[in-house]
Design a protein around this ligand. Structure first.
Ligand code: NAD
Length: 475
């Protein structure tokens, strides 16, 4: 762990093991942090806040820029560790390291643009000034599916704003966090500004984050269930919260779209990270007139996808994160088939030599999926793509919005008016129009409805770490 600028053991002196999900081999051990460790890390962050928040934006920017440069130098090393620890194919891991580094660079620049405002008053003898100040000590919790970029997406804007931070990464992927913190250490970020607490049981750490009065903000990326739990706890002290939660993205293909292009898009974005992505399409709605051509192309592409170790050439499907994830996919697919869905390709756990060692599920396409099936309602988080037929624009918009989630959505159409009607009508905070990658460090990422609160990336992502202060001056 990394507390107050020092690498340290847990106060319990215990550690826990980390495994490769493709082979189930042990790949490392990290300290098993306790609530006391979280308390110490928060105290360190609170001490460091006094001086860090007083630095100029230019000084804070220089640290972030140095961390960005170090990350770029270590890109390959970080990507290899990510493939080993998390399982995604090496090419995807390289992309994630780049995406993660982008946040350091973007916020190194944006740190210098925290502009205030003056507002005209109705009184001639009054002036209004609005200024932005850092919220204070931030506690961050991140998931395993994007084990590096989800950390920099929080650390970079927090530091840019003048906040200090304590991070608890996922217990599935703590090694990526450790490597990232080595970079923060080498970038000479002052002691206490960034702190890392690793723990096998997240619950006591989360409680300390919520209950410790020195923590002024909680930022969380993970499941909606845990996000709600933290938000309920944070409400007690009215701590600020940013929540990046689950998704249930619709992928809508209209008859006027090119079915080959749309099927290519669906297959690329769905199976990214083996479907373990919050913006992964979970429900593919295809207008009846092109459904056969779309499904044929999809089948052609998906059935050729190669599963295996992320280090093997040509592999695009890595393992799922653990046995529970595999069991969830099996349950959803079995339920869908039992209720009348048909399997176009895949549909089962992969068996045999290399597959028995890890948690592999075949890339799967289902059709004749209906609203009564679990897969229609639940976030899937695995390599299964359910296809649902629709007839009209009004019908598909209602179906797409019929979920408590509101993160990403996708629309394929060549009709500009329809595209506008759709992006205006979709209750999702991210809409890709003929585009499967509407994400960037420069663009606001987040969810509507139960997919979250607040945004990460872009100018909005910095605002999350700032308080607005109004000064009224009588002259
Ligand atoms: P998760 O909620 O189980 O875990 C996320 C983090 O919360 C982990 O660090 C975990 O240790 C911690 N945690 C779990 N229980 C906790 C508790 N009681 N107190 C405090 N912390 C606790 O989610 P996951 O399985 O790691 O990640 C997958 C989920 O994350 C999916 O729902 C996915 O959609 C979501 N996600 C969202 C985004 C986004 O930007 N919206 C990005 C990536 C992942």
């Amino acid at each position: 762990m990394y507390i107050d600028g020092q690498w340290c053991e847990a106060t319990s002196r215990k550690s826990f093991e980390v495994f490769n999900p493709a082979t189930r081999e042990k790949i490392g051990e990290v300290p098993n942090g306790t609530r006391e460790d979280a308390r110490q890390a928060i105290a360190a962050a609170a001490r460091a806040y006094a001086s860090w928040s007083k630095l100029t934006a230019y000084q804070r920017s220089a640290y972030l820029y140095r961390a960005y440069q170090l990350m770029m130098e270590r890109k390959e090393e970080l990507a290899r560790l990510m493939t080993t620890e998390q399982g995604k194919p090496l090419r995807a891991a390289r992309n994630e390291v780049q995406y993660g580094a982008d946040f350091l660079l973007w916020y190194a620049e944006e740190a210098k643009r925290v502009y205030g405002e003056t507002i005209p008053s109705a009184r001639p003898d009054q002036r209004f000034i609005v200024l932005y100040q850092p919220v204070g000590v931030v506690a961050a919790i991140t998931p395993w599916n994007y084990p590096i970029s989800m950390i920099t997406r929080k650390v970079a804007p927090a530091l840019a704003a003048g906040c200090t931070i304590v991070l608890k990464p996922s217990e599935e992927t703590p090694l990526c966090a450790v490597e990232l913190f080595k970079i923060f250490h080498e970038a000479a970020i002052p002691a206490g500004v960034v702190n890392l607490v690793t723990a096998q049981d997240p619950d006591p750490i989360g409680r300390e984050f919520v209950e410790n009065r020195q923590v002024r903000k909680i930022t969380f990326t993970g499941s909606t269930e845990i996000g709600k739990l933290l938000a309920r706890g944070a409400a007690e002290q009215m701590k600020r919260v940013s929540l990046e939660l689950g998704g249930h993205a619709p992928f809508i293909v209209f008859e006027d779209a090119d079915p080959v292009h749309a099927a290519r898009g669906a297959s690329l974005v769905k199976f990214l990270n083996t479907g373990q992505t919050c913006i992964s399409p979970n429900r593919v709605f295809v207008q009846r007139g092109i459904i056969e051509r779309f499904v044929a192309e999809l089948k052609n592409r998906v059935s050729q996808m190669k599963a295996g170790s992320g280090f093997d050439e040509g592999v695009s499907i890595g393992p799922l994160v653990n046995e529970a994830a595999l069991a969830k996919i099996e349950r959803q697919v079995d339920d869908a088939v039992m209720h009348g869905a048909s399997v176009v390709t895949g549909g089962a756990r992969l068996r045999g030599d290399i597959f028995d060692k890890g948690y592999f599920y075949a890339p799967t396409v289902l059709r004749e999926v209906t609203t009564t099936m679990l897969i229609y309602r639940e976030e899937t988080f695995g390599p299964v793509l359910p296809v649902i037929a629709f007839d009209t624009e009004e019908e598909v918009l209602a179906m797409a919005n019929d979920t408590s989630y509101g993160l990403a959505s996708y629309v394929y159409t060549r009709d500009i008016s329809r595209a506008i009607r759709m992006y205006e009508g979709l209750e999702f905070a991210i809409v890709g129009i003929n585009d499967i990658n509407p994400t960037s460090a420069a663009a606001p990422f987040g969810g509507m409805k139960e997919s979250g609160l607040g945004r990460e990336g872009a100018r909005e992502g910095l605002q999350e770490y700032l308080e607005t202060k109004l000064v009224g001056i009588a002259v």
